[in-house]
Design a protein around this ligand. Structure first.
Ligand code: AMP
Length: 419
């Protein structure tokens, strides 16, 4: 279905076309017509599916109609978990709304509050905020929500993960009950379902794709490697393969800084992004990476959600993420929209249990690939042992149920067999 059939007014269609889009994505075709009627929506979609436009366009639609000439009041409030996402959504509003008279403001911490206070005094139509700084404004009495018609909860599952949910509930209580509520979440764990049930009215649920599955445009690779070899493996890849725009994930801030230093020492232009850096540094790092100033961005999971950098060719999990959900978010930074990308995971012997969890979560088995000079026999041995143990446990349970003793036979693991 083309954009023209979604019911959007002309200035927005022009904004969409000027952004270079020809057809709506699946979440956009499903969500926009329903949102335009004022219905509440639960959008369960992976990142990279175009969900920002799915809520921004219906919000902008409200601003296309007759507007009183007085100063703007906040008619839409978008809550999002990270500062980078807030900035990105503010940019999308400017993009899609370039032919609409609209004032949007991103409110987030880590920067001087004065500019935000000035902008609020002048009046804005849309606020995109992270919960913490928004609560600051509420305590100061510098923000009012009486005119809010649309509330968006973006990346709801992440707001739970990041411990924002009490603030989110407090903010929701301050917004008029008579409103439209659009909730987007990559996953729908029970706590997000409870949130939706408590704050929405008769929502339309839109599920795009299987939520556990990485998008099809991403090719996944796994390399078994000793922990102490990881940095050499990374350097080898960066020096010998064609990798233009690479996002490397580290589990810790310290780790991210360390990798970044090693890359710099070996002549690779990189930058680090994590919560230990100031907001200005974080934004500079992200902007520089977006504009091709850095070949590599080394980040913690702060960059795993929603961050939209066009053309990331490779995502490298230097550390295996502890939670399977984070794996999906990390690798979703590549293969965005219609592009393709590679996701590479380095697995050390003590990380294989996390890899197993990811395999269970996405319902797919990884076949670790050899990388010249970096084979890890120890890994294969550990993995074989662990497989043997779980097989023995399974047999024991089955035997107990059948009332007989287990009979154990040795079987080589697929990875062990491959070596
Ligand atoms: P999002 O999931 O909103 O972060 O969007 C992911 C990427 O898809 C962004 O780079 C958008 O600019 C792009 N995008 C969104 N909608 C469309 C569309 N209809 N056609 C092509 N690209 C799109």
């Amino acid at each position: 279905m083309p954009f023209t059939r979604l019911g959007l007014p002309d200035p927005l269609l022009r904004g969409v076309l000027a952004s270079g889009y020809t057809n709506p994505t699946e979440i956009q075709s499903e969500a926009i017509p329903a949102a335009l009627t004022g219905q509440d929506i639960i959008g369960c979609a992976q990142t990279g599916t175009g969900k920002t436009a799915a809520f921004v366009l219906p919000i902008l639609n409200r601003l296309c109609g007759d507007r009183p000439a007085r100063k703007p009041v906040i008619r839409s409030l978008i809550l999002t978990p990270t500062r980078e996402l807030a900035v990105q959504i503010e940019q999308s509003i400017a993009n899609y709304g370039r032919f609409v008279s609209v004032r949007a403001l991103a409110i987030y911490g880590g920067v001087d509050i004065k500019k935000q206070l000035t902008a609020l005094r002048r009046g804005v139509d849309i606020v995109v905020a992270t919960p913490g700084r928004l609560m600051d404004h509420m305590r100061r009495g510098s923000i009012r929500f009486d005119a809010v018609e649309v509330l968006v909860l973006d990346e709801a599952d992440r707001m739970f993960d990041m411990g924002f949910i009490e603030d989110v509930y407090t903010i929701i209580r301050a917004v008029p009950e008579q409103r439209q509520t659009l909730l987007f979440s990559a996953t729908m764990p029970p706590e997000v379902q409870r949130l939706a049930a408590g704050v929405q009215k008769d929502p339309k649920t839109i599920q795009i794709g299987e939520q556990q599955n990485p998008i099809d445009t991403i090719t996944q690779h796994v390399h078994a490697v000793l922990r102490q070899q990881k940095i050499d493996l990374l350097l080898h890849m960066l020096h010998h393969r064609s990798m233009q725009s690479v996002l490397v994930f580290s589990r810790t801030k310290h780790g991210a800084d360390k990798i970044h230093r090693k890359l710099q020492q070996s002549g690779i232009i990189s930058v680090a992004l994590h919560s230990g850096r100031s907001q200005a540094q974080r934004q500079r790092a992200l902007d520089g990476f977006k504009h091709g100033k850095y070949q590599v961005l080394v980040a913690t999971d702060i960059a795993a959600r929603g961050i939209d950098v066009r053309g990331i060719s490779h995502v490298i999990n230097f550390d295996v993420p502890l939670y399977a959900r984070d794996y999906i978010h990390r690798i979703g930074r590549t293969g965005r929209a219609t592009m393709t990308g590679d996701a590479i995971t380095f697995v050390a012997p003590d990380e294989h249990q996390y890899l197993r969890k990811i395999e269970q979560f996405i319902g797919q088995r990884f076949e670790p690939e050899e990388y010249e000079g970096f084979t890890c026999a120890q890994f294969a041995a550990t993995l074989a042992k662990s497989e043997e143990q779980s097989r023995a446990q399974r047999l024991a349970v089955r035997a107990r149920k059948a009332g007989r003793r287990p009979r154990l036979t040795r079987r080589r693991s697929r990875i062990g067999a491959a070596r």
